[in-house]
Design a protein around this ligand. Structure first.
Ligand SMILES: [Mg+2]
Length: 172
């Protein structure tokens, strides 16, 4: 039974400006299209966690950024690599966010844009993986073995509802 949905942050829920040396605090951040609407809808049925690799930004900075973008009300847990001392795909990142959300790997899906950090990281624990490829110009560094590939965040809702067992109607 699906209980939680985990999201990467950079270039998944938010668009990062990559032309400067940046920290999350100083970045010019924008939420991806539909990010707020998708999180709002999902959070009524599933708990939402963010699991993000940050260089210098700890949880309070990330939460402040999420707050400024209007995303914070829908997110129950935020795990950063700066706080944990390891980065994705290290399994500790995923286990920690699941621990905080009170869920097992089999009760989660992970949505992210990085085939190694997000997708392989999730798959090693048996978490269902969703690769987000937001633009036709974006090419993953490697072919991905993600369970699903999407090009719009709104597609997470359909996947979640299908896995959650609420979207199927059987006729006999
Ligand atoms: Mg990312």
């Amino acid at each position: 039974m699906l209980k939680v949905i985990l999201f990467d942050l950079g270039d998944t829920l938010i668009q990062e400006r990559v032309d400067d040396v940046i920290t999350l605090d100083a970045m010019t951040l924008h939420a991806h299209p539909y990010a707020r609407a998708v999180l709002k809808q999902l959070s009524s049925r599933y708990r939402i966690g963010v699991v993000t690799d940050t260089e210098t930004s700890f949880e309070p900075s990330v939460r402040a950024a999420l707050c400024n973008l209007g995303l914070a009300p829908f997110i129950s847990a935020v795990v950063t690599s700066a706080d944990l001392g390891v980065t994705k795909p290290n399994r500790a990142m995923f286990l920690e966010v699941l621990r905080r959300l009170g869920a097992k790997p089999s009760e989660a899906i992970m949505v992210g844009n990085d085939p190694e950090r997000d997708i392989q990281g999730a798959r090693q624990l048996g978490i269902i993986s969703v690769l987000y490829r937001p633009s036709k110009y974006y090419r993953p560094a490697a072919e991905s073995d993600a369970d699903y590939v999407i090009d719009g965040l709104e597609q997470v809702i359909e996947i979640a509802d299908r896995l959650g067992g609420c979207g199927e109607v059987t006729e006999d």
